[in-house]
Design a protein. Structure first.
Length: 308
């Protein structure tokens, strides 16, 4: 039994070495086969690379293609941007599919759709926000209101729409900072578009003293507003006696001017200056707030002689 021990151990060692050599040989065969397959497919990879390069060149011209197809129409800039993006995406999808077919000849549209269907749910949850903003961007570009160049306000963000992409919108504040807004926010919340029309109504309050003839004051104010060249007098001017204030009777003055914020500031500046000047010339007082103090007990007043 002792003579067989070393021989048995030697047989086990030899078997282990044989198995190790067999594994190494199998691995070498697999690597050699993969290398040969890779070398054999090098022409296919080269052709696929050329296809992708040509796709990149054509996709760069997607804007020119869209301009040539729709540039002479009355299509809005935001919708034209959507068409340019869709053309570019379709070009890339077609190019990638052709390249993949060259490398994997057995690949078909049905197999691609089947593969996408398997991971669609997982991808949908992982990229939920991206898809939401993408869809919102498409719908924003399609709808007629809120185009590039409009001045808007949404959820405390106000400014001029500088660009609308498929995921986000760039809003340039009037102080020149830019705010990147997700499209879903602009789609799901109310958006106030100030420049939807070329004109907008503005207003200011003007007060006169209680002893003023209100008909005369209204006539003076209206004449002053009509004298302003930034006021659109064709759309009418409204002068309403609004309320009895603490020290004045207030008039609500309304007029039409440009819809941009700067046009509003410029016309309001003209109107306020013209009303002040006209009321002064007519001798009509624009009163300061009056304050009356009432004391429960008489207040003793010391004369100058007492102080001395």
């Amino acid at each position: 039994m002792r003579a067989r021990g070393p021989l048995g151990e030697g047989n086990g060692t030899i078997r282990g070495e044989i198995m190790e050599l067999g594994f190494i040989g199998t691995l070498q065969d697999q690597l050699l086969g993969m290398t040969e397959e890779l070398i054999r497919m090098l022409p296919q990879f080269a052709i696929a690379f050329i296809v992708l390069f040509v796709t990149w060149l054509i996709a760069k011209g997607g804007r020119r293609i869209a301009q040539k197809l729709f540039g002479h129409t009355d299509m809005r800039p935001s919708l034209l941007t959507l068409v340019e993006t869709l053309i570019t995406v379709l070009i890339w999808i077609l190019g990638i599919f052709i390249a993949a077919t060259i490398i994997l000849p057995g690949l078909t549209p049905a197999s691609i759709l089947a593969g996408l269907g398997i991971g669609a749910v997982a991808i949908g949850f992982a990229f939920q926000d991206i898809f939401e903003n993408f869809l919102a961007g498409v719908l924003i570009m399609v709808r007629k209101k809120m185009k590039i160049g409009d001045v808007i306000e949404c959820e405390g963000i106000s400014g001029r729409v500088e660009a609308i992409n498929l995921r986000e919108t760039y809003v340039r504040k009037l102080s020149n900072e830019v705010t990147i807004v997700p499209n879903s926010m602009l789609f799901k919340n109310p958006v106030e578009v100030f420049t939807d029309e070329s004109g907008r109504r503005h207003e200011v309050v003007a007060g006169v003293s209680y002893d003023t003839d209100l008909d005369q004051a209204a006539e003076v104010i209206e004449k002053a507003v009509r004298s302003c060249d930034r006021v659109d007098t064709d759309k009418g001017i409204d002068i309403f006696a609004k309320e009895f204030n603490s020290s004045s009777i207030d008039f609500l003055v309304r007029w039409w001017s440009g819809s941009t914020p700067r046009s509003g500031h410029e016309s309001r500046d003209q109107v306020v200056r013209a009303i002040k000047r006209a009321l002064d010339d007519a001798g009509i007082e624009i009163p300061f707030p009056y304050v009356t103090h009432t004391f429960k007990e008489p207040v003793p007043l010391a004369s100058a002689g007492d102080d001395a």
